[in-house]
Each structure stands twice: as structure tokens, then as C-alpha cells.
Design a protein around this ligand. Structure first.
Ligand code: SAM
Ligand code: SF4
Length: 332
């Protein structure tokens, strides 16, 4: 392995998230506008380029790779990319290859994913009510996602459900979601909405602090602080009644940047050093130049640019998003 990636605050970057497409079959209201304009194909990295880029990071010490989007499983040829990247699991250069998905295509792909060494998946699900699910995703079908989850479970893949807490939408479902995850053997992670990208509507209407959600959950369950700690933003508890693990991702109320070990690449090859900041480096041209040394040098440059932390605020009605790009660009 070449020199590891260490930023100017001494944080080792060992985790890469790659958004493999900006496209999605859903239009979740907190993530996208109804009429999204997606990128022309020429701007998007090919599967070969994505492979090359991921491999460059792995050669510099990245041990965990997460494919996300947009919806990663709607990208044509995605299973070929996963198959190719799984060679790094075989050589043990990578500890983990995983995906964040909306689950709509999981029923088709779960067995192949398990065969290629995918052990865990994050699946986003904001409601267990079919009508609400259709409303929030604007075009998703709950039964399709539930079938996908069943297939993944059957294939032996561990599941973490990601749920964005939304005011006046799913606040009343949190206890049911905890119970359901407990029965299914899924971990659950609750997320506060982050001000990323223009959407139709106002984010102050959607935002609910997880401190409020947690207080309500404590009426129904005993939340035991967990010893389970990751370098990621989630803080975990164990639910005494179900034995399940529950995480809280609170970018708006808790700063989780000190231990940050990750960077993100968009499907156009732009490297973002922080989800909540604009600092970035365009790797596409360097990648297309075919100069491996220049790519390595760019990764070192990126380490010097990684900011100390983010600075999200949702406090003013009609305020511009803190960051103009959508989550589907940078990947969740
Ligand atoms: N399509 C896949 C999915 O939904 O899981 C992967 C990409 S999606 C952008 C990744 C995660 O980001 C999802 O869990 C989604 O709920 C979350 N997300 C999207 N926009 C968000 C926002 N503005 N604030 C907080 N979470 C957001
Ligand atoms: Fe698509 Fe995921 Fe964004 Fe929903 S959260 S619109 S599924 S990218």
C-alpha cells in the first residue's frame, strides 16, 4: 500500500462513499424536487472509471467502500461494477463493500449481492404505511421494498433501516418502526433532515429535532446507552424491550466531525471532503488523463483541503439550503 490518506487535523481517511448515479426511481420530498434535471451521461463517470477511482483510494488505505446515489441499483451495469470491486474483498484490501439503497430493486439483486460478499446494507424507509410511503417517495411502492428486504434477509445480509424523521409526517410512527425492526432483526437509524439542495417546499416544515423524537420513544421503551461506537455520525442505544440497536444521526443538534474518517465522490468524479461544506476537487479530468501519479497527488491535495467540520442551520423560513447540491449528488 502507498502512503495513507491523513488530513491536516490528523484524521485518517479510510472510508469512501461513492455516488454511482444522480438518478433515482423515487423522488423523496426531502431529497429531490418533483421535476429533477439529471446529468447528461457524458458527465457521469463510466463503470470502468468508477472502478479505477475506487481502486486508487483503496491503494491509499481506504478499507470501507459504500456505493450510494441517487439509487445505486438503478444504474445500468451496477452489478458488474460490484463484481469487479469485490476483488478487493478477496485480496483483503477492503474490509467492507456495501450499499445504501432505497430497496426497490433488492428483490432482484439480493442473492447476487450476498454472493459477491455484501454482508450489510443500509435501506432507507420512512414509513410502514403504504399511502404515506407513496406520498413521501412520490413514486415508490412499499410492498416492493418490503419484498426486497425479505430477499436480503433470506440471503443472510444484515440490514440497517435509515429513517428520516419528518415533522407531521412520520413522527407518530417511530415506536412502530422500533418494534418492527426489533421483530425483523434490523438495526434502525434515525436521521434529522439536512439542508441539502433545493426541494419543492420549505425545510423548516420538515425538520424535527431527534431530541424530541427520543423523548417520545423513551415513553414506550427503555433506551440503554450502547457501547457500540463507530467513527460515523450515529450515536447508538440498545432498546431493552426488543434487544435491537437504535442509532441517532443528529447533524443539526450534534457536531460529529471530530472523528470523521470519510470522504465522498460524486458520479461526476468530484471529491467532497465534507457532506456539509463546498470544499471539493474535480478528479474526473485527472482520471481521464490516465496519469496515476497525478491522481495520487490530487488525493494528497484533497487531504489538505478537508475542513474541520460542517455548519448546518435550519432556522429561517425560506432560507437557502446550506449546501446547494442535493444529497443524491453527494450520496448519503
Ligand atoms: N437512494 C438511496 C437511499 O435512499 O437509500 C441512496 C441515496 S440517499 C441520498 C441516502 C440517504 O440520504 C437516504 O437514507 C436518505 O433518506 C437520506 N437523505 C436524502 N436527503 C436528505 C436530507 N436532505 N437530509 C437528511 N437525509 C437525507
Ligand atoms: Fe432517491 Fe434515495 Fe433521494 Fe429517496 S433519498 S429520492 S430514494 S436518492
Amino acid at each position: 500500500m502507498n502512503t495513507p490518506l491523513i488530513d491536516k487535523y490528523g484524521r485518517h481517511v479510510t472510508y469512501l462513499r461513492v455516488s454511482v448515479t444522480d438518478r433515482c426511481d423515487f423522488r423523496c420530498s426531502y431529497c429531490m424536487a418533483e421535476n429533477m434535471v439529471f446529468l447528461p451521461k457524458s458527465e457521469v463517470l463510466t463503470l470502468e472509471e468508477l472502478d479505477q477511482l475506487c481502486t486508487a483510494f483503496i491503494n491509499r488505505g481506504v478499507r470501507k467502500l459504500r456505493l450510494t446515489g441517487g439509487e445505486p441499483l438503478v444504474r445500468r451495469g451496477i452489478m458488474d461494477l460490484i463484481k469487479s470491486l469485490s476483488r478487493h474483498l478477496e485480496t483483503k484490501a477492503l474490509d467492507e463493500l456495501t450499499l445504501t439503497t432505497n430497496g426497490s430493486q433488492l428483490a432482484t439483486h439480493a442473492d447476487d449481492l450476498a454472493r459477491l460478499g455484501i454482508r450489510r446494507l443500509n435501506v432507507s424507509l420512512d414509513s410502514l404505511d403504504a399511502q404515506r410511503f407513496a406520498d413521501i417517495t412520490r413514486r415508490g411502492r412499499l410492498d416492493q421494498v418490503l419484498d426486497g428486504l425479505a430477499a436480503a434477509k433470506q440471503a443472510g445480509i444484515k440490514i440497517k433501516i435509515n429513517t428520516v424523521a419528518l415533522r407531521n409526517f412520520n413522527e407518530d410512527e417511530m415506536s412502530d418502526l422500533v418494534a418492527w425492526c426489533g421483530r425483523e432483526g434490523f438495526d434502525l437509524c434515525l436521521i434529522e433532515t439536512m439542508p441539502l439542495g433545493d426541494i419543492d417546499g420549505d425545510r423548516t416544515d420538515q425538520y424535527v429535532p431527534l431530541t424530541v423524537v427520543r423523548e417520545r420513544l423513551e415513553r414506550d421503551y427503555t433506551l440503554i446507552p450502547s457501547t457500540y461506537v463507530t467513527p460515523g455520525p450515529a450515536r447508538y442505544v440498545t432498546i431493552a424491550e426488543t434487544g435491537g440497536r437504535l442509532g441517532f444521526i443528529t447533524p443539526m443538534t450534534h457536531n460529529f466531525c471530530e472523528g470523521c474518517n470519510r470522504v465522498r465522490v460524486t458520479c461526476t468524479g468530484t471529491l467532497y471532503m465534507c457532506l456539509g461544506q463546498e470544499d471539493h476537487l474535480d478528479l474526473r479530468d485527472i482520471l481521464r488523463s490516465g496519469d496515476a501519479n497525478a491522481l495520487d497527488a490530487a488525493l494528497d491535495r484533497a487531504m489538505r483541503l478537508k475542513p474541520k467540520g460542517h455548519d448546518f442551520i435550519i432556522d429561517r423560513k425560506g432560507a437557502k439550503p446550506a449546501v446547494a447540491r442535493h444529497m443524491s449528488m453527494t450520496g448519503g
